[in-house]
Write a protein that binds this ligand. Structure first.
Ligand code: GTP
Ligand code: MG
Length: 201
């Protein structure tokens, strides 16, 4: 839940990285953590099973300085993408202010992306939220694999499958190598702060 302290001029917002298992949510946070290590005062909290899969969530708090006079603190979370952890995903969405949907660009993961987006929509409902009223950014991840000749979903197919109704900003990215990881994060932060400030006005 956003915490807005007018006296201190401080806004704290929660952004959740959602998407199918193995899509690259944890890798996004790891990239951000390594890139901004000098400015991040706390350790990244991450709970993994032996196979590197997220068991509960990852958590990375970052301070990004001032936007429009407010000191902004952001909490980045990931959910566990594996289908069986649905109760945890629902829990992590509690109080969410903005969402990055990390889609897997692998051609073989087409169905999983669609199902995960549907699952996100279903899991927002108990929190009385919906994709249409939350700030959302789509990230089409693993674009680097094209160079290795691995079949990827073309951007227009991903747009048609996932962004036809939403019409959210989208980025082709590589959480592993870095392209568009920071841009994705910056976009969702700006959209989330804008939306919180509109609520305040
Ligand atoms: N080539 C490539 N591999 C990636 C990329 N992003 C993630 N991976 C790999 O994909 C695997 C899964 O990445 P994770 O970040 O653990 O995926 P996740 O979405 O957190 O998965 P869950 O925690 O199970 O939901 C790892 O082996 C990553 O190194 C990418 O952009 N390119
Ligand atoms: Mg993970």
């Amino acid at each position: 839940m956003a915490i807005i302290n007018m006296k201190k001029g401080e806004i704290q917002a929660k952004i959740v990285y959602y998407g199918p298992g193995r899509g690259g949510k944890t890798t996004n946070l790891e990239y951000i953590y390594n890139r901004f290590r000098a400015r991040i005062k706390t350790e990244m909290v991450t709970i993994k099973t032996h196979g590197d899969r997220t068991l509960f969530f990852d958590f990375l708090p970052i301070e990004i300085g001032k936007i429009k006079g407010f000191n902004i603190r952001i909490q980045l979370y990931t959910v566990p993408g594996q289908v069986k952890y649905d109760a945890t995903r629902k829990l992590v969405l509690r109080g969410v202010d903005g969402i990055v949907f990390v889609a897997d660009s692998l051609a073989v993961r087409r169905k999983e992306n669609v199902l995960s987006l549907k699952n996100l929509s279903d899991n927002l409902a108990p929190h009385k939220k919906s994709l249409s009223d939350l700030p959302v950014v789509l990230q089409y991840n693993k674009r680097d694999l094209a160079e290795e000749g691995i079949p990827l979903l073309p951007k227009d197919v991903l747009e048609k499958d996932l962004n036809h109704e939403l019409k959210a900003p989208s980025f082709e990215a590589s959480a592993l190598k870095g392209p568009n990881v920071v841009q994705t994060m910056k976009k969702i932060i700006v959209m989330t702060i804008d939306s919180l400030q509109r609520e305040l006005a």
